[in-house]
Design a protein around this ligand. Structure first.
Ligand SMILES: [Zn+2]
Ligand SMILES: [Zn+2]
Length: 392
């Protein structure tokens, strides 16, 4: 150390010509190092930006097929944020929708219940305004909505496709319904059998519900909400030609609420739209082209459940035949398991078509009746399930 210090000192003290040269060399080296450092910094910053921006960039693929002539939009029309009693910021709902493989969501904060108001100013349009750009950038249809939150009757309702949620403030629930309808809203009756409002969990229609239907104001009912579902809703929807819906009603972080192994997906509504646009989505909802999908249950009108089932599965030609039996395969290319029960006499009484799997079926040659089964987990009525035939 001492030597080099001395040498350094000497050279500084030495010939004048050398001094600037050394300095030049040094500053060049320093500059090079600076440049390298800057490059590294820029690279690191770019990497951070990339990681941050790709955090919501991965869309999960849901294997839920389209229907002939329609695209299947996977939707959740019931979500809360900090702007009512939820615990997440609106843009987070968009990121969650992308990760969950959804096409459309509605943020539906409570109009009449804003427990964070001492910290967050009340503007019923705020969540929609904040999340709009993020939704557009992520190819998510963000439906402008709000939850009309009343005691039963009438209970809670989501007004979807509204223009101004701040106009849905009034003492009388009926006036709020009228204000929503005036804006062209799709009105959805939420969790009609919610135990806080119906302790036995059974949905009931009161005179105000009949009045809503009579006026053409009610367009859908939640068959599924969070972890609950209400078979009776299928009867209501059938009788009054309403859309069968299913939503998460989540107030917290989605991935923590509907996490594996208990859940493979959040509750959602499948909407059969002409194309993936807000206008088509709205048209399909008003036309009632939906199925509810919660846990392993699919529920809705037979006219949609039946073609949807046949889009999910395909039955192969027999690949082996011996004296006693015929062998063939059934492919289920969807994420939904199908539990086939009550098979014809002599045939396998039940067949489970596991999701994204091929199931081998061995059929006795003695069976001559068509292979008609009940699909235990596809509900087409309060006490009805879908009947299907395996044609090999
Ligand atoms: Zn509610
Ligand atoms: Zn809610």
């Amino acid at each position: 150390m001492k030597n080099s210090e001395e040498r350094g000192g000497e050279s500084e003290r030495g010939g004048g010509g050398e001094r600037p040269k050394t300095k030049d060399k040094r500053s060049k080296k320093q500059e090079k190092q600076k440049l390298l450092y800057m490059k590294k910094l820029i690279f690191t910053l770019l990497l951070i930006t990339l990681v941050l921006s790709s955090a919501v960039g991965q869309r999960k693929i849901l294997n839920l097929p389209d229907l002939p002539g329609y695209v299947t939009l996977k939707c959740d029309f019931h979500l809360h944020t900090v702007f009512s009693d939820g615990n997440v910021w609106p843009t987070i709902r968009v990121g969650e929708a992308v990760r969950d493989g959804l096409d459309a969501i509605a943020i539906t904060d409570h109009i009449e219940y804003t427990p964070h108001k001492d910290y967050i100013p009340v503007d019923h349009n705020a969540a929609w305004k904040i999340a709009q750009v993020t939704a557009k950038e992520n190819n998510i249809i963000l439906v402008h909505g709000a939850e009309i939150t009343r005691k039963m009757p009438p209970g809670h309702f989501n007004a979807l496709f509204i223009e101004d949620a701040n106009l849905l403030v009034a003492d009388s629930a009926w006036n709020v319904f009228e204000a929503a309808i005036k804006q062209g809203a799709f009105l959805l009756w939420n969790h009609p059998g919610w135990k806080s409002q119906q302790p036995d969990g059974i949905p009931r229609m009161y005179s105000i519900h009949h009045k809503l239907i009579k006026n053409g104001y009610l367009h859908g009912i939640e068959f599924g909400n969070d972890e609950d579902y209400y078979p009776l809703v299928l009867t209501f929807c059938k009788a009054h030609k309403l859309a069968v819906m299913c939503n998460s009603d989540n107030h917290n972080v989605m991935s923590e609420t509907f996490a594996p192994p208990e859940f493979s997906h959040r509750p959602m509504t499948l909407v059969f739209a002409k194309e993936k646009t807000s206008e088509s989505l709205k048209e399909a909802l008003f036309a009632g082209r939906t199925l509810a999908y919660t846990d392993e249950i699919l529920a809705g009108r037979e006219e949609f459940a039946e073609p949807f089932f046949y889009q999910c599965i395909s039955v192969g030609k027999p690949y082996l035949e011996n004296e006693k039996s015929i062998f063939f395969e059934v492919t289920n290319k969807s994420d939904i398991p199908f539990y086939l029960v009550n098979g014809p006499a002599g045939a396998t009484p039940s067949i489970t078509l596991a999701p994204n799997s091929v199931t081998r079926v061995v059929l006795s040659k003695k069976v001559t009746a068509p292979l008609i089964y009940d699909v235990k987990n596809v509900m087409t009525g309060e006490n009805e399930v879908l009947k299907v035939e395996l044609k090999y």
